[in-house]
Design a protein around this ligand. Structure first.
Ligand code: SF4
Ligand code: SF4
Length: 359
């Protein structure tokens, strides 16, 4: 059980199991955080996915969600359909994230959608923006949207990533699809379920991680003080499984191969390396900005990282890719642990939900 391993300290309230199903994709988007390509053959198999679904069904809180995401999950063919059906048979909700390459006509869209529906798929997220549109015609998105919206999926969403130079925006897509689709963050909090409402668009900036690490962007600067001072509640909320069966605590960056986020080829009940556990808890309670501050001050790496960040995930990737940061944070571990104890005691006293980290 999860309470017998150190994972319960990190994955406190797991509600989601996310499969990075494959690093293969027909597109090669410039902003792809997983750096997917058409020739990469890394992928999860059906038995692997079933095994993780079994473990997740045992430990998830409430009605868990299983997400099948990038590269392009539909390239798994029958294995995807069977994994969805299996999760559904255990009472779990299921979601796919797709670029709509397969919806070349409304008929093509309906064919796969009917199969997905008959397997019990609940939710579809379509990725669509200027970067995707270089490879996937917008007509595909329209075919998928128009076909899916009458088929009774619980939610149907479009995720847009853009900078100030982008053409495709939520307003552009509403006009193109001839439908007034709400932005997710504009919906009344009281109407939101743990999953998203029926139809929505999300609108986000571009994060300079993965293949976008050195992308030149026309994007407004973010207020640094707040970004550097915020904790990340996404860390530890999901079990994320890479195409090579490695576990990580979020899908903000491609964790595989990084010293900080790659928890290795382990089961959902195995113990986690102590330094990783400490630092990931630190990110969860205090934030990656706190690690950055320590690296630059007590760690002596005064010029570490970027002068300005657009997102917390950029800080995480900078740290997770740096061996110098690893050595430095290992030396600072006692100091970081002390910070964490103060923070979690504060939370226990004033909020009352931090007790599980001391177990
Ligand atoms: S469609 Fe998605 S997975 Fe494929 S390259 Fe683009 S961002 Fe990456
Ligand atoms: S800020 Fe860090 S921990 Fe949080 S989602 Fe991004 S990469 Fe993951």
């Amino acid at each position: 059980m999860i309470s017998e391993s150190s994972q319960h300290v990190l994955f406190r309230r797991p509600r989601m199991l996310t499969f990075i199903t494959t690093y293969r994709c027909g597109a090669v988007c410039d902003h792809c955080l997983m750096s997917c390509t058409p020739n990469n053959s890394d992928r999860l198999t059906l038995p692997q996915m079933r095994q993780f679904i079994d473990s997740f069904a045992e430990v998830c809180v409430g009605s868990g969600v299983v997400v099948f995401t990038s590269g392009e999950c539909t390239l798994l063919g029958e294995d995807l359909l069977e994994a969805i059906a299996y999760a559904n048979s255990l009472g779990l909700f299921t979601r796919i994230v797709t670029n709509a390459w397969w919806a070349k006509s409304e008929r093509d869209a309906e064919t796969l959608l009917n199969e997905l529906k008959s397997c019990g798929l609940d939710e579809i997220n379509i990725s669509c923006d200027d970067f995707h549109a270089e490879y996937i015609p917008l007509e595909n998105v329209r075919n998928l949207w128009n076909s899916a919206k009458t088929m009774g999926f619980q939610t149907l969403g479009i995720a847009v990533c853009r900078d100030n130079n982008s053409t495709i925006s939520p307003a552009y897509l509403c006009k193109y699809l001839n439908e007034d689709i709400p932005l997710l963050h504009q919906l009344d909090d009281n109407t939101q379920t743990p999953r998203a409402p029926a139809r929505f668009i999300t609108d986000s900036g571009i994060t300079r991680i993965g293949r976008a690490r050195n992308l030149s962007l026309n994007q407004n600067a973010r207020p640094q003080a707040r970004l550097l001072a915020s904790h990340c509640s996404d860390c530890g909320q999901d079990f994320v499984i890479s195409p090579n069966c490695h576990l990580s605590p979020c899908c903000g960056i491609n964790a595989e191969g990084t010293w900080l986020f790659d928890l290795g080829k382990i089961n959902l009940t195995d113990d986690i390396n102590e330094l990783q556990l400490l630092l990931l808890n630190y990110i969860q309670y205090i934030g990656p900005g706190g690690l950055l501050k320590h690296l630059r001050t007590s760690g002596g790496l005064s010029s570490f990282g970027r002068s300005s960040y657009l997102s917390q995930c950029e800080i995480c990737e900078d740290i997770a890719l740096s061996k110098e940061a690893q050595t430095c944070l290992a030396k600072l571990a006692p100091k970081l642990a002390a910070d964490l104890i103060v923070e979690t005691k504060f939370e226990t006293t004033f909020i009352g939900n931090g007790s599980d980290i001391h177990d």
